[in-house]
Design a protein. Structure first.
Lengths: 425, 461
């Protein structure tokens, strides 16, 4: 990876104090995005991947990390260079039709994901013996009121701090005293299988790690931070660090589940089963620890998703948005925000709601949206009128386009096999 | 649909725009208006009736009072390339574009980079609605013939514009009846300020309303709505005095982002025109290096005032005090003080209190403008100034200062050091700004915008 090495050199050349301070001041968007990425769907998918397939899927994390870095770096670069959000750029460059189609897709996908977050809340509170009919409405009301009535930025810091929960997987994994040589060997050796279940899981892992929503969110955060082009190299590192954190956490969730649950030959049917991965660390309290972690991740994402989705839609459509506006000054924004939370929670509360189907469907919509978002991004990032000298280089374009192509093929398989489950590969 | 029907339907559209728009139309002297979305994509037909391509875009140039359409751009049917043609070769663009020359005689005109195209500069872009004081997005462009030229007369920023672009907005049937009920949001060209730097440079002979015509507090609202790049551009276009006044009114979080990215040069120019207390607050928001660079670029006198005020803690009265006030010596004559007020009043806001200092700069008395007016012009201020003084230390809390101001009904309160030396004053409105909760400040009377617009109409603005 040529671009990575380059920046290693620049940073090495001047490891000055002001350089470090600058890095800290632009730090944030990449790492926050990465943490929201490890949401209820993420924890569930990684847990199942480790518990049902052992170490087989560990190797995919390296190519996924590369893809994640490539894609996220483009988002961040566009934000810094153009000073505009992704919805903004798509609207201004491609016009109304593609924007409306894409944003409707994003709203539907994120409604599904929001429902999945509420499913995470329901599952984690059920471990404490609280019925979903109590926990979900309270959580929905809490999310709505807290976000509307308080300062989101300070909440974000609390959520981030609580994300330290992911370290429990790292500790739990270490306490198992695994044969590291063997584990790392597994991580770099591709185990390619063409079995349907395996492929399905593979696409699930990719789909939950690289989502369309993240690209919008990262770019907006970078714009909001107002990072200068001259400070871009530090933002790049923020993105790298964030992507690495996401995938190190994924690695440890998969590995810990593989070493505990898979090794004992069990399968995950409920949240309590998934909590067994934390047994080496927390013993009989592992279920509680897991529940708290899942609860935090779910509430964090349930707060960020509906809010940012409403922002993006309003940004693209040209409607007023923002929590500092009153309801009648930004009605579309508030209605959409409220609807996403209310519908998301209602889906989970329907008696006999097909939770699994909803979560999978959300993933399918997200998956089918991703290639389109990536293609739009690639056209935008290579548009000299917008990006000037900051268009993709040749090598980078090859990496980015092939990433897009591979992701497109994989998600196409996912979509087709979901709609026609009878098909065998 | 033939063209007479088309005009008739457009007339009914015009009626739906509301009184403001009808007035605009009548001054322009036409009622044949059409939307860009309705002609984009229609066929371009040559003089012999052969379809040569599809209308793609319009190129514009500044006209007398409006932007004039100078050329059309269409995608040719044969080569699929974009062709430009002057508007003089176009017979009509009512239903499809009809040209006045046969296909073989169309001059070769390739699209050049310099053209100002509607789709590239106006459509889908953000603009500032000067009337509604908002940043909005252009969903459609309204065109009308004015004095023989086709001009951009307004933009549609409403939901109807989006539906029309999506092709959902039918002209007949149920959908159009439902859509017809939706309110239109058309902004006449004269109420638009453009954010695109290329378009800001277009000067028309009769000036449009621009952001700089607004009250600084209204400009501040707009600035808060923009992204950082546009904020800097708008501030840059305002002139230092207005920029300073507007920036003072902006929310502190936004202020911080703005000054972080402003050039030290520009920042120095704006800060010089600003109240020193506000300037000091802004300098506290940037790095020490940048702050000292900015101070170095400012006029030494102004810089000194600002430096005195920096470094007071956030919650203390010192942080909101200003050192722009009127002071005199005790032996000054009333008539001389009036002279002084006339001169200093240009720069100093608080001219309602006159503070009296001794040789060493200690505060010894105060008189109000009222006292001064009622006093004998030949008398000395010493004769009637109040000497039982109420003052605060710079370390006093803002709440404390506000309570004193409210208790004694003062407009400002002097700030002195422990030795009694005058440092500055805290005015009532600065104190109020700091104690009103943030969310209360954004609340305006519910009919504020209505009243504002009604007032503007009365004055014919």
């Amino acid at each position: 990876m040529e671009f990575k090495l380059n920046h290693f050199k620049t940073l090495r050349k001047r490891p000055t104090l002001s350089g470090i301070l600058l890095f800290l001041s632009v730090l944030g968007p990449g790492i926050i995005t990465a943490n929201v990425d490890n949401d209820a769907g993420g924890i569930t998918t990684y847990s199942i991947a480790g518990s049902h397939f052992g170490y087989d899927l560990l190797w995919t994390l390296i190519p996924i990390t590369i893809a994640l870095i490539v894609v996220q770096e483009m988002s961040a670069r566009m934000g810094v260079v153009t000073g505009k959000g992704l919805a903004d750029l798509i609207r201004e460059t491609f016009g109304v039709k593609p924007t409306v189609v894409l944003l409707i897709g994003l709203v539907v996908a994120n409604l599904g994901t929001t429902a999945a977050e509420f499913a995470g809340i329901a599952a984690s509170m059920e471990i404490f013996g609280v019925s979903k009919y109590i926990s979900v409405p309270i959580a929905a009301a809490l999310v709505w009121f807290v976000i509307v009535k308080s300062n989101y930025k300070s909440l974000e810091k609390i959520f981030l701090l609580l994300s330290a929960f992911y370290f429990t997987y790292i500790i739990s994994g270490t306490l198992l005293h695994p044969n590291w040589g063997y584990v790392l060997g597994e991580a770099v050796t591709p185990d390619i299988s063409l079995k349907r279940d395996y492929l399905y899981m593979l696409i699930g892992v990719i789909g939950t790690t690289i989502t369309p929503w993240m690209q919008f969110y990262l770019q907006s955060s970078v714009v909001e931070k107002g990072i200068k082009v001259s400070d871009y190299r530090y933002t790049k590192w923020d993105v790298y660090v964030g992507s690495l954190i996401t995938d190190i956490v994924s690695f440890f969730i998969i590995f810990t589940c593989a070493a505990t649950i898979y090794a004992s030959g069990m399968r995950i049917e409920s949240a309590e089963d998934a909590a067994r991965a934390l047994f080496p660390l927390a013993g009989r309290y592992s279920a509680w620890l897991f529940a708290l972690g899942l609860l935090n991740a779910s509430i964090f994402a349930a707060s960020v998703l509906p809010l940012s989705t409403s922002y993006f839609l309003c940004e693209g459509m040209g409607w007023d948005s923002g929590l500092n506006k009153r309801f009648w000054d930004a009605p579309q924004f508030y209605i959409l925000y409220t609807l996403l939370i209310v519908l998301g929670a209602t889906i989970i509360l329907m008696p006999g709601a097909p939770l699994l189907t909803i979560m999978v469907l959300a993933q399918v919509v997200n998956g089918s949206l991703l290639p389109f978002v990536l293609v739009f991004m690639l056209f935008l990032v290579n548009n000299r009128k917008l990006m000037g000298a900051y268009v993709n280089g040749k090598v980078f374009n090859i990496v980015a386009w092939s990433t897009t192509a591979i992701l497109s093929v994989l998600t196409a398989i996912l979509v087709v096999t979901t709609i026609f489950p009878g098909l065998s590969l | 649909m033939n063209s007479s029907e088309k005009i008739a339907s457009e007339k009914s559209v015009v009626k739906a725009y509301g009184p403001l728009w009808v007035r605009e139309i009548s001054t322009i002297g036409t009622d044949r208006v059409g939307f860009f979305s309705q002609i984009q994509g229609t066929s371009v037909v040559d003089s012999e009736g052969v379809v040569v391509g599809k209308l793609n875009d319009l190129s514009i140039k500044p006209g007398e009072t409006l932007l004039e359409v100078s050329r059309i751009v269409y995608t040719s049917n044969i080569l699929r390339e974009k062709v430009m043609l002057p508007l003089s070769n176009v017979l009509s663009i009512d239903c499809g574009v009809r040209l006045d020359l046969p296909r073989d005689e169309i001059p070769p005109g390739k699209l050049s980079e310099k053209e100002i195209l509607i789709t590239e500069t106006i459509l889908d872009k953000q603009i500032v609605d000067i009337d509604g004081l908002k940043v909005v997005r252009v969903n459609d462009v309204l065109l009308a013939p004015v004095k023989g030229a086709l001009c951009l007369v307004g933009v549609d920023v409403g939901f109807k514009g989006i539906l029309r672009r999506l092709g959902i907005m039918g002209r007949s049937g149920l959908s159009s009846r439902i859509m017809g009920k939706l309110p239109s949001r058309i902004i006449p060209w004269s109420y638009i300020d453009l954010l695109d730097p290329a378009l800001r440079k277009i000067h028309l002979k009769i000036s449009r309303k621009t952001i700089s015509d607004l009250h600084p507090a209204d400009i501040a609202d707009i600035i808060e709505d923009l992204n950082n790049r546009d904020r800097l551009m708008v501030l840059d276009s305002l002139g230092d005095e207005t920029a300073a006044e507007a920036l003072e009114e902006v929310d502190p979080d936004v202020q911080a982002t703005v000054v972080k990215h402003m050039d030290a040069d520009d920042m120095a120019d704006i800060l010089e025109k600003m109240d020193p207390a506000e300037a000091a607050d802004l300098l506290d928001m940037v790095t020490e290096e940048k702050a000292s660079e900015v101070l170095g670029l400012m006029e030494p006198e102004e810089a000194e005032d600002v430096m005195e005020l920096m470094g007071y803690s956030d919650q203390s009265s010192g942080s909101i005090m200003t050192n722009e006030y009127i002071w005199v010596r005790s032996y000054c004559k009333v008539s001389d003080i009036f002279e002084r007020l006339r001169k200093a009043g240009q720069d100093v806001d608080m001219i309602y209190y006159i503070y009296v200092l001794n040789d060493t700069g200690q505060l010894i008395g105060v008189a109000s403008l009222r006292d001064l007016l009622l006093a004998d012009p030949s008398g000395k201020i010493d004769d009637f100034m109040k000497t039982d003084l109420i003052s605060i230390l710079p370390t006093a809390s803002i709440e404390g200062a506000t309570n004193l101001l409210s208790k004694y009904d003062f407009l400002s309160i002097p700030v002195v050091d422990p030795e009694g030396n005058m440092l500055g004053i805290v005015t009532f409105d600065d104190a109020l700004d700091n104690v009103i909760p943030e969310d209360l400040k954004t609340r305006l009377p519910w009919n504020y915008h209505k009243m504002r617009r009604a007032r503007a109409k009365e004055h014919g603005v």
